[in-house]
Design a binder for this molecule. Structure first.
Ligand code: ZN
Length: 161
């Protein structure tokens, strides 16, 4: 069975206990930028409810041009004013580097990606770099940003200064 079929079945159960519609503007005026890692159930980890926050995820939770696009829309059109970053231990991007990854893709497909994988070796440093990129973005109304690392072995977050 394809995963989509299992998901459509699960959605039937979800819809039966669906709590109802919420306003489009996030109630807690916060946007979370997090890694796509499958072990980080953000709503539970952060105590979020439906309608509370924007959640922007990508490989590594790194601040790319497209994350800035989403944060800009989040702030200018939908009223958020805080940004919270969630990186984590044992990230897939710790296991490679940008050149090795580009070579792997090129070897398999014949095409070298024009973008960098944005691999990193120190997760705290990468959180600091991501906070810097949010603070320096000229498009945002609010540069209130704090960064965290989630430990996938314990379920605990710690804040990066
Ligand atoms: Zn990750």
């Amino acid at each position: 069975m394809a995963e989509i079929d299992r998901m459509l079945e699960a959605n039937e159960r979800w819809a039966q206990q669906f709590p109802g519609s919420k306003p489009v503007r996030p109630a807690r005026k916060v946007a979370v930028v997090a890694c796509m890692d499958s072990r980080i159930p953000l709503f539970g980890v952060l105590g979020l409810d439906i309608g509370d926050a924007h959640v922007i995820r990508n490989a590594g939770g790194v601040i790319t041009e497209d994350v800035i696009r989403s944060l800009t829309i989040s702030q200018h059109a939908l009223g958020t004013r805080e940004v919270v970053l969630v990186h984590h231990t044992d990230c897939g991007l710790l296991a490679t580097d940008d050149i090795t990854f580009a070579e792997t893709v090129e070897k398999a497909t014949g095409r070298r990606p024009p973008w960098a994988a944005r691999a990193f070796t120190d997760v705290d440093d990468d959180v600091r770099e991501s906070m810097r990129l949010v603070r320096e973005s000229p498009y945002l109304l609010s540069h209130e940003v704090r960064g965290t690392v989630y430990d996938v072995a314990t379920g605990r977050l710690y804040e990066v200064e």
